[in-house]
Ligand binder design. Structure first.
Ligand code: NAD
Length: 495
C-alpha cells in the first residue's frame, strides 16, 4: 500500500469557501444555496461550494461578453496560442494539487487523475493552441456574368461565435472542460463553464490559473450549481453557443432549452452503450487486456467504454475466465493508494444506479464475476462480468456507466452488425481481429461516431470524436470543432 500524502495546499483549499469565478475574481456569496462536496471513498463531506445566484449567472455571461467584445476576439491568434500554452504549463506545474482535489471529490484513482485531468488536459490544450493561428476561410469565384467588364470574387471568414457556455459532467471535470475551452479560446470565443455539482473543485482550481497565465479578465468564467443553474446559463441571451457533455436525458433538455431561447447553437456529447465485437480469429489475450484497461478504468464511468461485448460462442469462456483473473489481480480501495486500480463509484446517485443494475443483472442475466457492493463506508462495488443470452436484456441495452461489462455469445457473423447496431446509442464501437480486410468491410456498417480496431476508448485530439444517433450532435477535436465555434461569413466583392 502506498497512499499519497495530501498536499498542504489541498487541505487549505478544501477549508476555504468556494463559489463563482467571474471576471477574474472569486465570489462566495453566503446567502446562496450551498452544495456539499462528498468524498465518495469515505462518504464524508469535505468541502462546500455556493451555487450561483441568477445575478451571478448574468454577471458571468456579461463579463464574458464584455471581454469578447473589447479584448479576446481581437487578441492576435499568436498571442491566444501563447496564453493557451502558458495555461497548459500552469496546469502541469500545479498538477499534483489539481489531481489530488479531483481524486478527493470524484474517487478517480490518483494515477488516472494525473494522467487524464493533468497530462491529457494539458496536451489537448496545446493541440488547440496550435489551431489558433490556422483558422482560415476559402476564396471562391462566383459565376455572375460580367455586363460591363466588372469582375467578382468572394471569400469566407471564420468569425468567433461569441460567449460559449460549457456544461461539464462529473466523470472527467478538467479534461472535458479543456476540450471545450481549448476549442473556444483558439477561435477567439470567451467562456462560462459550469462544472457538475458533484465535482466542483478541480476545475475551479484550473480556472483560477487563467489569471496567472495572463488571460484578460472575463475570458474564462465559472459558475457552480446544479441543473437549474445550467439551464439559466443556456437561456441567457448573450450565450451564443452551448457545448454540453452529459447524459442523453439531460442532453435532450439542453437541446430543447437552447433552441427555445435564441436558437442558440448547441453541441451535445452524450452517453453510449458501446459495443465491442471479437471476430473468430481475435487474439484473446490482447482483447482481455484491452477490455480490462478500457472497460473498467475509472470504474467504467467513461462515456466511450465498452459495455457490451459480442464473442464467438466457442471463445466466450476463455475470454471471461482470463478477464476475471485480471480483475482479481487488480486491487480495490482508496483511490489515493497508487498501487490499486479500482476506487469507488464517483457519487451517491451513481452508486445507487450501479447497485440497481447489479440486481437486474442477477435476476435477468447471469453474473460470472463480482456483482456486489462492498460493505463499509464509501461507494465501492466489485468490478463485474455478466453474461447475457439476448440483446434485449437490460444489461445489453442500458448505459450502466459502472464497472460492469456484459458479454453475449454469437454463432453467425452475419448477425453481428445487426446486434451491434440494435441500440438507440451510437457513440463508439470496436472490432477485435487480425484480419484487417474483414474489419475494413465491417467498419462502414457500424452506426457509431468512432470505430476502433484492436483498441477501444483511446481518444486523440487530432481525431474527431462525437456521437451518432442518440449519442449526440457535433464533433470535438480535429478540425471538426471549428464549424461549431465560429460563424461562417461570406464576403462578395465586385470590382
Ligand atoms: P448529467 O447529464 O446528469 O449532467 C451533466 C451536466 O449537466 C452537469 O453539469 C449537470 O449539472 C448539468 N445539468 C443537469 N440538468 C441540466 C439542465 N436541465 N440544463 C442544463 N444543465 C443541466 O450527466 P452526468 O451524470 O454528469 O455525466 C454522465 C453522463 O455523461 C453519461 O451518460 C456519460 O455517457 C456522458 N458523457 C458523455 C461524454 C461524451 O463525450 N459523449 C463524455 C463524458 C460523459
Amino acid at each position: 500500500m502506498s497512499t499519497v500524502q495530501i498536499l498542504p495546499a489541498v487541505s487549505d483549499y478544501l477549508k476555504k469557501t468556494h463559489g463563482q469565478l467571474i471576471n477574474g475574481e472569486s465570489y462566495a456569496n453566503a446567502s446562496n444555496t450551498t452544495i456539499d462536496v462528498i468524498n465518495p471513498a469515505t462518504e464524508a463531506v469535505i468541502a462546500h461550494v455556493y451555487s450561483a445566484s441568477d445575478e451571478e449567472v448574468d454577471q458571468a455571461v456579461s463579463a464574458a461578453r464584455h471581454c469578447f467584445d473589447t479584448k479576446w476576439k481581437s487578441t492576435l491568434p499568436y498571442q491566444r496560442a501563447q496564453l493557451m500554452n502558458k495555461f497548459a504549463d500552469l496546469i502541469e506545474t500545479n498538477g499534483e494539487e489539481i489531481a489530488q482535489l479531483e481524486t478527493l471529490c470524484s474517487g478517480k484513482q490518483i494515477n488516472a487523475s494525473r494522467m487524464f485531468e493533468i497530462q491529457q488536459a494539458a496536451s489537448f490544450l496545446r493541440y488547440y493552441a496550435g489551431w489558433a493561428t490556422k483558422i482560415s476561410g476559402e476564396t471562391l469565384t462566383p459565376s455572375f456574368p460580367s455586363m460591363a467588364g466588372e469582375q467578382y470574387t468572394a471569400f469566407t471568414r471564420r468569425e468567433p461565435i461569441g460567449v460559449v457556455a460549457g456544461i461539464i459532467p462529473w466523470n472527467f471535470p478538467v479534461m472535458i472542460a479543456i476540450w471545450k475551452l481549448g476549442a473556444a479560446l483558439a477561435v477567439g470565443c470567451t467562456v462560462v463553464l459550469k462544472p457538475s455539482e458533484f465535482t466542483p473543485l478541480s476545475l475551479l482550481r484550473v480556472v483560477e490559473l487563467a489569471k496567472e497565465a495572463g488571460f484578460p479578465d472575463g475570458t474564462i468564467n465559472l459558475v457552480q450549481g446544479r441543473g437549474d443553474v445550467g439551464e439559466k446559463l443556456i437561456r441567457h441571451p448573450h450565450v451564443a453557443k452551448v457545448s454540453f457533455t452529459g447524459s442523453v436525458p439531460t442532453g435532450l433538455k439542453v437541446g430543447k432549452t437552447a433552441m427555445e431561447s435564441n436558437l442558440t447553437r448547441c453541441t451535445l456529447e452524450l452517453g453510449g452503450k458501446n459495443a465491442a465485437a471479437l471476430l473468430d480469429d481475435a487474439d484473446i489475450d490482447k482483447a482481455v487486456m484491452g477490455l480490462f484497461m478500457t472497460g473498467y478504468i475509472h470504474q467504467g464511468q467513461v462515456c466511450a467504454a465498452p459495455e457490451r461485448i459480442y464473442v464467438p460462442r466457442s471463445r466466450l469462456e476463455e475470454l471471461t475466465t482470463k478477464l476475471a483473473a485480471q480483475l482479481d489481480k487488480a486491487g480495490i480501495g482508496s483511490p489515493l493508494d497508487d498501487s490499486l486500480m479500482f476506487g469507488p463509484i464517483s457519487n451517491g446517485p451513481q452508486y445507487q444506479k450501479v447497485c440497481r443494475f447489479l440486481e437486474t443483472a442477477a435476476s435477468e442475466s447471469r453474473i460470472l464475476h463480482g456483482g456486489h457492493p462492498l460493505p463499509g463506508d464509501g461507494y465501492f462495488v466489485e468490478p463485474t462480468i455478466v453474461e447475457a443470452a439476448s440483446n434485449s436484456e437490460t444489461l445489453m441495452q442500458a448505459e450502466t456507466f459502472g464497472p460492469i461489462i456484459t458479454f453475449m455469445p454469437y454463432d453467425d457473423e452475419s448477425e453481428l452488425v445487426e446486434l451491434m447496431n440494435d441500440t438507440p446509442f451510437g457513440l463508439s464501437a470496436s472490432l477485435w481481429t487480425n484480419d484487417l480486410s474483414r474489419a475494413m468491410r465491417l467498419v462502414p456498417q457500424i452506426e457509431a461516431g468512432t470505430v476502433w480496431v484492436n483498441m477501444h476508448t483511446l481518444v486523440d485530439p487530432s481525431v474527431p470524436f462525437g456521437g451518432a444517433k442518440c449519442s449526440g450532435i457535433g464533433r470535438e477535436f480535429g478540425s471538426a470543432f471549428i464549424d461549431d465555434y465560429t460563424n461562417l461569413k461570406s464576403v462578395m466583392l465586385c470590382y
